[in-house]
Design a protein around this ligand. Structure first.
Ligand SMILES: NC(=O)C1=CN([C@@H]2O[C@H](COP(=O)(O)OP(=O)(O)OC[C@H]3O[C@@H](n4cnc5c(N)ncnc54)[C@H](O)[C@@H]3O)[C@@H](O)[C@H]2O)C=CC1
Ligand SMILES: O=C(O)CCC(=O)C(=O)O
Length: 467
């Protein structure tokens, strides 16, 4: 245990929020911060998990030791990605794959292509993925990768050249029983296709090394829809737990990409009223609800024309488009907020706006979309909080089902996969809910999900020895 003097000097070194850790939590956070002081997103994710795991560390100090081991990724791969643009100019990007934890299965997690990608971002995502994958009930470890290459504004051929170069290094580190990447921001069917083609060409084997593949070469039905649908199934479980339903609920959704599109589609199926969608160009607000026709236009614009919402033509008379990111979707009155765009898109001021406007639940389709200060606002206000690790686990869960289908050389029907997804989201919610109650925090899905996700991995790590 740290002395009071050491602990207070560490507190001033690490910032005021640090003061609320127990001495064990302080020590673990200090280990992470001491090793990687310049990785803010990673440290934010670590802080959030440590706070939830305090009761576990208190009950049995063994778990703190295991957690300290888990904090360090098993392997971090960083590499050069050279490619040639359409003008014949040589370009270089930086590629990453963080193979974070393989205690319960092969590393599994997406690849992100976006200019903001750096090691801190990939490490936070890989760290989160460990707990999320554990919650899915499927045997998948945690990993994440990507590059600071931004596919927006690049031609298809430029994206292909980049993906081929990226895979020319990555292929030696992955495999269907080792590490199975998939999509994330900036990586959809097109990019997964180019990556798969290059892998197959190099290793001369047709194997399930990526998920999110097109149906023609081993993809699973419902994988494109899975994260958005899964988040809405999770929201529905949250509502049921307090005797409510989604019908008639006004939902503010951020994002206009994969997760947001299918969240809006499923909200419409459930007779909820999605009132917003947003991207880096701005956002649309439809006070009476986004219609299926408007959603179809967004899908065409984003997925086919590769444009942003500033090109959206279908606003209703009451609809409003607000350009830029200064004003976010969270200014609009809603019952439920579903952030489905990116990390830290809800800061404390936005959480306060949501709370003051009567929003009573936040369900995260994105990874770590709320800052820790925003989460404090939700918890202090008694708002329901479905954290990303639980609420957006449907995507990776169906990726796990894609791996199973590839292994069996078989394909389940759309209904079969959708039923399995629903059942997995039900189980994740129940596990988080029950675990929260068992540990003395009834209704706190954040604590419940983090503890349940951690304990499974911790037990596997313990019996596998110090590896
Ligand atoms: N695709 C998947 O299966 C899964 C995705 N996620 C998470 O969901 C989130 C969205 O991912 P996808 O929809 O797959 O990506 P995407 O690339 O299809 O869409 C991302 C959307 O967010 C918007 N966006 C990005 N940065 C923004 C910013 N700073 N402010 C406002 N809008 C911004 C983009 O313009 C785009 O509309 C990410 O946090 C991702 O990690 C989580 C689980 C699985
Ligand atoms: O489907 C996958 O393997 C990855 C999904 C993902 O990146 C995520 O859950 O954040």
């Amino acid at each position: 245990m740290l002395s009071r003097a050491v602990s207070s000097s560490l507190a001033s070194l690490l910032g005021s929020r640090f003061a609320s850790f127990s001495p064990v939590g302080e020590k673990l956070y200090a280990v992470a911060k001491g090793r990687d002081p310049n990785q803010p997103e990673f440290l934010q994710a670590v802080e959030e998990v440590i706070k939830s795991l305090e009761p576990v560390f208190k009950r049995d100090a063994r778990y703190a030791t295991i957690f300290e081991r888990l904090l360090e990724p098993e392997r971090v791969i960083q590499f050069r990605v050279p490619w040639v643009d359409d003008k014949g100019v040589e370009r270089v990007n930086r590629g990453f794959r963080v193979q974070y934890n393989s205690a319960i299965g092969p590393y599994k997690g997406g690849l992100r292509l976006a200019s903001h990608v750096n090691l801190s971002v990939i490490k936070f995502l890989g760290f989160e993925q460990i707990f999320k994958n554990s919650l899915t009930t499927l045997p998948m470890g945690g990993g994440k990768g990507g590059s600071d290459f931004d596919p927006h504004g690049k031609s298809d051929v430029e994206v292909m050249r980049f993906c081929q170069s990226f895979m020319t290094e990555l292929y030696r580190h992955i495999g269907p029983n080792t590490d199975v990447p998939a999509g994330d921001i900036g990586v959809g069917k097109r990019e997964v296709g180019y990556l798969f083609g290059q892998y197959k060409r190099i290793v001369n084997a047709f194997e399930g090394v990526l998920t999110g593949k097109a149906l023609e070469f081993g993809g699973s039905l419902i994988r494109p829809e899975a994260t958005g649908y899964g988040a809405v199934y999770f929201a529905s479980e949250m509502m049921k737990s307090v005797g409510k339903g989604l019908k008639g609920m006004k939902v503010a959704v951020s994002g206009a990409g994969n997760v947001a599109q299918y969240a809006v589609e499923k909200l419409l199926d459930e007779n909820a009223i999605p009132v917003t969608m947003g991207d880096t160009s701005g956002h649309i607000y439809e006070p009476e609800g986004i219609t299926r026709e408007q959603l179809a236009e967004v899908m065409h614009l984003v997925n086919v024309e590769r444009k942003k919402l500033d090109s959206f033509k279908g606003l209703s008379k009451k609809g409003v488009y607000t350009p830029g990111l200064k004003t976010r979707v969270w200014v609009h009155k809603c019952d439920i907020a579903m952030p489905c765009a990116t990390q830290n898109e809800i800061e404390k001021e936005h959480a306060i706006m949501l709370r003051d406007n009567g929003c009573f639940a936040v369900v995260e389709g994105a990874n770590m979309p709320s800052t820790n200060e925003a989460v404090d606002v939700y918890q202090e206000a008694g708002m329901m909080y479905g954290l990303g690790k639980a609420a957006n686990a449907g995507g990776v869960a169906v990726s796990g089902l894609e791996m199973s289908q590839n292994s069996m050389r078989y394909s389940w029907t759309r209904d079969e996969v959708d039923q399995k997804l629903r059942s997995i989201m039900h189980t994740i919610h129940k596990n988080a809910y029950d675990t929260a109650s068992e540990w003395g925090f009834p209704g706190n899905l954040q604590i419940g999900a983090n503890i349940a996700g951690f304990l499974k991995v911790a037990h596997a790590m313990e019996v596998q020895g110090t590896v």
